[in-house]
Design a protein around this ligand. Structure first.
Ligand SMILES: Nc1nc2c(ncn2[C@@H]2O[C@H](COP(=O)(O)OP(=O)(O)OP(=O)(O)O)[C@@H](O)[C@H]2O)c(=O)[nH]1
Ligand SMILES: [Mg+2]
Length: 492
């Protein structure tokens, strides 16, 4: 009966008299027959309980041995680098059913993304209109970017007709971030990070959800009231009169008209706002995503933007593998650097910022005169340097994803000059292959210079919104992490 009396402090029938504890616990010599029977019954009962506990421990041990192992991967990178999108890709590979079950929640995020893109345009129109209404203000006034276009009566009417979208935004926000919660506060404090500084500092704020918040639950409730049995759409109650999709659908044509208006294009250009390369851009697919029975595709979900606050943990089980039980844990970091951000700035708060990395020969142009902004590519270099030089992480494998290559290609094709922003690039060719190779080398050199111990440089060029191309990279990374850990455990 191993384990029985060791755990429970009752009397051992075979207790050793020399053990002082056993002596104390021995039955009294004055014990009556009834007392003796009660005592033995109690002991038998406790033994049963103890055996059950032993059995459970053994069962768990056995299960742990058989169970597939978790790969512990930390996703790091500046805001909007693509961490959440990478996580979505992992979900898509390892638990596609769970990923697709969240379509109702992502549909709401996409609706919010649309409404906020529209609001940004409407705010831009309002600002331009107000300027012309000021005393002395005149449309057609020349600026360094050419004459300010006139806000047409047609545009002002469109703005009126799109006002109901404001209610949609408020309703969605209320649902995602209940009033009084930290998320609600966060929603109103986090600045949009990829807009020109003057807009970021202003009224346009980005919604942020605390990673621990169960925001998807608000939309999960729709499942209970769903009346359709189509598998992929089963979580959306299309007959709900309060569904924001109804208003969005009604505004669909006006949104298309607004987005294709040449005056709008001109106003956005003058403000240096490129909505197409901003997170959560869906204006080119308005007809599809505002259709009455719209269900987000996998790609839509990858493109949906919802800022994360805090750290979140997700677990994916690997399929059982023969080697799995042999080692405890493996840790790796995936570091995301959004390299399309070479001409973008990020607000870093009040501190003064040094705009060049003196010891590694990468010079960045000072993008704005405000000392609170930093070039996003430079930001990635600095964060990379911090992570790779951290002594606590010296044994951790690091995989670098140079992300958003699709946007990088688009920008270069549109004629944006890389060397205008990254001075050290000098007069090398302004094409994708040369620039991506250049950046790869720069990150590699930093790793060599700053890693406390020599580390292999794993680097991939990625586009996290492209599930197909990403899938193979993530599978390769997973295999590599596993292989490395096997090697360090001397198992291969
Ligand atoms: N075009 C393009 N967009 C991308 C790519 N990777 C991510 N995105 C988009 O960029 C936006 C930001 O990505 P997220 O994954 O939310 O970024 P994050 O690192 O989690 O940002 P925080 O939560 O603010 O820390 C999302 O709208 C993504 O869809 C990419 O490779 N190409
Ligand atoms: Mg995130």
């Amino acid at each position: 009966m191993p384990g029985f009396f060791r755990r429970r402090s009752t009397v051992d029938l075979n207790a050793d008299d020399s053990d002082p504890l056993s002596r104390v616990l021995l039955p009294s010599i004055y014990e009556t027959l009834e007392e003796r029977e009660a005592r033995i019954a109690l002991q038998l009962e406790e033994k049963k309980r103890s055996d059950a506990i032993d059995e459970e421990i053994n069962r768990q041990k056995l299960e742990n041995k058989k169970a597939p192992r978790c790969v512990r991967v930390l996703l790091l990178g500046q805001s909007e680098s693509g961490k959440s999108t990478t996580l979505k890709n992992f979900q898509l590979i390892h638990s596609p059913k769970a990923f697709r079950n969240e379509r109702a929640s992502w549909r709401a995020v996409i609706q919010l993304n649309i409404v906020r893109s529209v609001r940004l345009i409407l705010d831009t129109i309002t600002d331009a209109h107000e300027k012309t209404m000021l005393p002395g203000g005149r449309s057609g006034q020349a600026t360094t970017d050419g004459p300010t276009p006139t806000v047409t009566p047609e545009l002002l009417k469109l703005r009126m007709r799109l006002l109901p979208l404001q209610q949609v935004e408020e309703a969605l926000l209320r649902k995602m971030t209940p009033e009084g919660s930290a998320e609600f506060e966060a929603t109103h404090l986090s600045p949009v990070t990829n807009l020109p500084y003057r807009i970021r500092g202003g009224k346009f704020r980005e919604i942020a959800i605390n990673s621990t918040a169960q925001w998807k639950g608000a939309f999960g409730r729709l499942i209970a009231t769903a009346r359709t049995s189509i598998e992929s759409a089963a979580q959306i109650d299309f007959d709900d009169a309060n569904d924001p999709g109804v208003i969005l659908h009604a505004c669909s044509e006006d949104i298309v008209r607004l987005w294709s208006d040449p005056v709008v294009k001109r106003l956005l250009n003058m403000q240096h706002i490129r909505l197409e390369s901003m997170a959560g851009f869906f204006l080119d697919s308005i007809e599809r995503v505002t259709a009455l029975r719209y269900v987000p595709t996998d790609d839509d979900i990858l493109r949906a933007r919802l800022k994360t606050l805090g750290v979140s943990e997700h677990r994916f089980m690997l399929k059982a593998a023969a080697w799995a039980p042999y080692f405890d844990n493996m840790d790796a970091i995936i570091f995301l650097a959004p390299i399309s951000g070479f001409d973008e700035v990020r607000n870093v708060g009040k501190s003064k910022h040094n705009y060049s990395i003196a010891d590694n020969d990468i010079g960045f142009i000072q993008v704005l005169s405000e000392d609170t902004s930093v070039n996003r590519l430079e930001d990635s270099f600095k964060l990379w340097e911090k992570i790779i030089s951290n002594p606590l992480l010296k044994e951790t494998q690091i995989v670098l994803f140079l992300n958003k290559i699709d946007l990088l290609k688009e920008k270069l094709q549109a004629g944006v000059q890389f060397n205008h922003w990254v001075l050290s690039y000098r007069d090398k060719p302004n094409d994708y292959d040369s620039i991506s190779l250049y950046l790869k080398r720069k990150f590699g050199i930093l790793l060599k210079q700053h890693s406390p111990i020599p580390r292999v440089f794993y680097c991939h060029l990625t586009s996290m919104t492209d599930a197909k191309s990403t899938q193979q990279i993530l599978v390769n990374v997973k295999d590599m992490v596993i292989r490395q850990n096997l090697q360090s455990s001397n198992l291969v």
